[in-house]
Design a protein. Sequence first.
Length: 460
Amino acid sequence: ITSLRNAMLDDRNCMELQCLLQTKYQYDSLIRDRKALLADLDNQILELEKKIVRQNQIAVKVKQANCSKRLQKQIETLEMRLNNVTVHFDTILTRNNKLREEIENLRIQKAILDNFYLKLHKKLDQQRRRMNTAVEQTAQAYEQRMEALARISAMNERHSKDTVQYNVELQEQERVLDQETKLKTFVLAKFTDRSELEEEAKKKKALKVAQRAKRSQGESFESQEVAYKRLLELAEDGDIDRLVNGFIEKEEKNFACFSYATELNNEMEKMQRRIKDLQVCSRLFMSPLSQLEKLMETTEEANRYEDKCKESSKILGQLKTDMEVLFKEINCDATKIMKQLGENGQITDLNLMQFFGLVEKKTNELLLMESILRYTSADDSHPAQPFTNPLLDGTSLLRLSRPTGYIKAVTACMMGWPFSWAGEVPLDHGQLRQLILQSCEKELGNATGMGKKGRNGVKV
């Protein structure tokens, strides 16, 4: 159904579609123009950066030609330091060699003393064995002597008992004889005269004296006879002289064994004293050995620390040279450092942090100048772009551009960090690491955001 109203609606829709198509074409052309403008700006930035790098290289060459005398002086001072360090190192090496020789000599002495100690210990063991055998022999001889003395005492007891019994029997016989003689005299006295009695009395007295003498001689002879029979019983071959000589030889052997044992005891005491003296000497020798071992350990640690110090000094020297090159390339002003007492413009371990502060300040100024140049070089026909500080991460042109050399490293460290312009304190390693991580995360986030925006623009 074609009515006037439907026709008007169709015309209106066609007009709106034409307007929308025109606006689409306008926006597409505007996007193309902006992209072309961005590409031209990128090419201009790259050309300017190349020119800056060339000019910096030329300035560095000129300054290097002017600073040849300073480099010569630095080379001479470094050579002097190297000579001093080598002399000190040579003295340390000679001292270490002397200490090693002393240690080797002490080890040789220790080995000799150990061998001597082992020999003395072996001799002491032999002396102890000999002493033990001698003590055993003396103990056996003493037991044999005690057995012989026991036998002799038993023989003496038996002899005393035999003599007592013999005396008792003899007394009884004498008593019986006295009684018989008394009876005989009594009977004869009745039949004989007095004179005869006197003569008989004299004869009786003489007989009594003779009997007593015979009795005493008989007792001594009988006791000797009993002892002789006992000795014959003890002697196996019946030779009493041999038995007596054997007993005397055994006694002499026992006395010799006792004297030998006493001599061995004295020698053993002397050997023990000598061993104690040698132990004391070995302890005295061991104490300097332990001290020398500690000294060797300390020297090894000192050598290790020297190697570490050399490595760190090499790294620090490389950093200093890189710092000097960067300082010259970005044309930093070192008047503040030169005003200080004892400073000559050279980078040392003491003023390295101050140079870092100046380099950071100069890089911030260069980044700000670069953003100003990009802002002023923009075309007036386009809408005004907002001026942002590159240190506050407000533009995407710094992310698209890729600076070369040392400026790249410094800008990467400074991206996304609100830096205070008045501060000249350099950053440490941890702060720089955090700044780099933050800048990388922000770059990734901004890249994803730009991709999403571009897709949305194409869809429109």
